[in-house]
Design a protein around this ligand. Structure first.
Ligand code: ADP
Length: 252
């Protein structure tokens, strides 16, 4: 979660149960996914989710760099999550800070558990996630974008990987936190779900909630992931219906 600083705490939940942007507790922000948004990558996707804007590009399977990371029996999955220096209103130092490194690691591990890596020994599958505009939930938006980009690249996977953050806001469990809710709320719980099996391959928590609240948060999050899953599949269907993704016809 971001820092509170000296800012005044906004009203996060109205007496009518509406959130700061008018959503109900179980509502997602608007989500738009474009598969195949870039020319040069083997696979790509662009995600606008609330005020988040995230691009993902996949390269591979290709030669491993650095070479010593190569594994004889499977591909390695290397995800690099980066927030652009202009992605937040506060000043952010450009480059890979500790937060980005940690997020890159947990996202890599999440994808390692769904990619059939043994089909491509001695190679690397490289996933780049660039956050262009950040408004909380960017690691989840990054996973959604990367997952569609991996499918677009034709990388065999158990399933797509929808992800969402659930949290606690003004004492209530809420789906898909936006920035003020993340900053001033009581808890933030990003998760990624393998829809076919119901397995969670990423689950983190900052803040505090009770065990019953956690159960409610998981229920809301799983439901949210299933809805996001449909949008992801639709983006891929659109990509293959036209074969062009976001690019204008004949742009290649
Ligand atoms: P996530 O984006 O996955 O929710 P965090 O909970 O760490 O990850 O961050 C929440 C939000 O706080 C981000 O989406 C972004 O809007 C903001 N934020 C994160 N890091 C920074 C930073 N270094 N400078 C300014 N804002 C940041």
């Amino acid at each position: 979660m971001g820092s509170i600083g000296a800012k005044e705490v906004p009203v996060l939940l109205s007496p009518e149960g509406r959130r700061i942007d008018g959503r109900r507790l179980d509502e997602l922000r608007a989500l738009k996914i474009t598969a195949g948004a870039l020319h040069e990558a083997d696979g790509s996707a662009y995600v606008e989710w609330g005020a988040n804007k995230v691009m993902a590009a996949v390269y591979g399977p290709r030669e491993v760099h650095p070479r010593h990371l190569q594994q004889n029996n499977k591909a390695i999955v290397q995800c690099r999550y980066n927030m652009a220096a202009f992605s937040v209103d506060e000043r952010k130092r450009p480059g890979l800070d500790r937060r980005s490194q940690e997020i890159s690691k947990v996202i890599s591990e999440a994808f390692e558990s769904v990619i059939f890596a043994e089909e491509y020994p001695r190679t690397s599958i490289d996933v780049y996630i660039e956050v262009l505009q950040a408004n909380a939930g960017t690691r989840c938006a990054g996973i959604v974008a990367a997952s569609v980009a991996l499918a677009d690249a034709g990388i065999p996977m158990v399933d797509l990987l929808p992800a969402v953050a659930v949290g606690k806001v003004a004492g209530e469990i809420a789906l898909d936190l936006k920035k003020e809710e993340d900053n001033f709320g009581e808890a933030d719980l990003p998760m990624a779900l393998v829809p076919q099996s119901g397995r969670l391959v990423l689950l983190q928590m900052e803040g505090h909630m009770t065990a019953p609240e956690l159960a409610r948060a998981l229920e809301l999050g799983v439901r949210g992931c299933r809805s996001i899953y449909e949008t992801m599949k639709q983006a891929l269907r659109e990509r293959y219906a036209t074969g062009t993704g976001a690019e204008p016809q004949g742009a290649a």
